[in-house]
Write a protein that binds this ligand. Structure first.
Ligand SMILES: [Zn+2]
Length: 303
């Protein structure tokens, strides 16, 4: 795993960018620099972008010198081949291709979920009790795995992926058809993949923020003192060091599970979907497209 600092600066002049270039040249550090003097938006006349890895022997000194002019825009984690290869469990993500329907005022929530335990302030507690409703038959024919905007809990699969997961005996899953919202007709050959198992608590939040559903919370939300906060917690997605889960909560009996904890910010909260190495191997072997894999960590990152 490598920790990467991304710097990006747009400017209408060279006051900041020039000294930054000089420092990077001194350490023979690569960067992308662009001049567009004809640009109608003055701010975009000069651009510099570069990445600084913490394992660079000159990291401390470059960061300190650059720090007089620029701060990193984002600090993130880059997984190496060995991290992916050596992991036993992986968080999976799909692309986002449609809004669940009806989308006005988030009315899809009422259409697809029992909301008795749902909190609209933090987004925790919805329980699916009906099919997802889509606007149109999904495009992206090459993607065997597919997903929605707003709702990151739901994974959808095409017929080929379903057949393969069935054939390979993937445990703890069920399938149902989403429907076309306007006609109520189930979408053929296209399925929501339901995951039966929820893990026990086991997320270590050492490298991220805990967000509580309370008045004036850690995100400075719920400032209205009459807000009916539910008191539950969720976590921001960790940016540095990956997602750390206690190894003992995983059981090889299952190939795909939901974690117990919720992740997100503001009014958004979702569980993570986690798959076994066997599941990943099946996806890789059959070249099923549309799913990305983030290795689950079991050790804290030393920095
Ligand atoms: Zn809440």
């Amino acid at each position: 795993m490598r920790i990467i600092h991304r710097y990006l600066q747009f400017d209408s002049h060279l006051k900041t960018i020039k000294p930054v270039k000089t420092i990077l040249d001194k350490y023979s550090h690569s960067y992308n620099y662009k001049e567009d003097l004809e640009c109608v938006i003055p701010t975009f006349k000069y651009t510099i972008e570069f990445y600084l890895y913490e394992d660079n022997p000159d990291f401390d000194v470059i960061k300190r010198e650059i720090g007089k002019f620029l701060e990193p825009q984002v600090i993130g984690t880059e997984y190496e081949k060995a991290d992916i290869k050596n992991a036993e469990w992986y968080i999976v993500n799909t692309g986002e291709y449609q809004y669940p329907q009806p989308e006005d005022d988030f009315a899809y929530l009422k259409a697809t979920f029992n909301l008795d335990d749902y909190c609209h302030l933090c987004g925790i507690g919805k329980l699916q009790n009906a099919a997802y409703r889509l606007k149109t038959t999904p495009k992206q024919p090459n993607n065997q795995f597919w997903g929605l905007h707003w709702d990151f809990d739901a994974i959808f699969v095409r017929q080929e992926a379903k057949n393969i997961l069935d054939r390979e005996g993937i445990k703890g899953i069920k399938f149902s058809n989403p429907v076309i919202h306007r006609t109520n007709v189930p979408i053929e050959g296209f399925y929501q993949l339901h995951i039966d198992t929820i893990l026990s608590n086991g997320f270590d939040c050492y490298n991220t923020k805990t967000i509580t559903c309370k008045i004036n919370n850690e995100e400075n939300l719920n400032t209205d003192k009459t807000s009916q906060c539910c008191g539950r917690i969720k976590f921001h997605h960790p940016m540095i060091g990956g997602y750390l889960f206690d190894k003992s909560i995983f059981d090889t009996k299952f190939d795909i599970v939901n974690c117990c904890e919720y992740f997100g910010s503001g009014g958004s909260a979702n569980r993570l979907q986690i798959v076994s190495k066997k599941f990943k191997d099946i996806v890789d072997k059959n070249k099923l497209k549309g799913l990305s894999f983030i290795p689950v960590m079991h050790n804290r990152l030393e920095r």
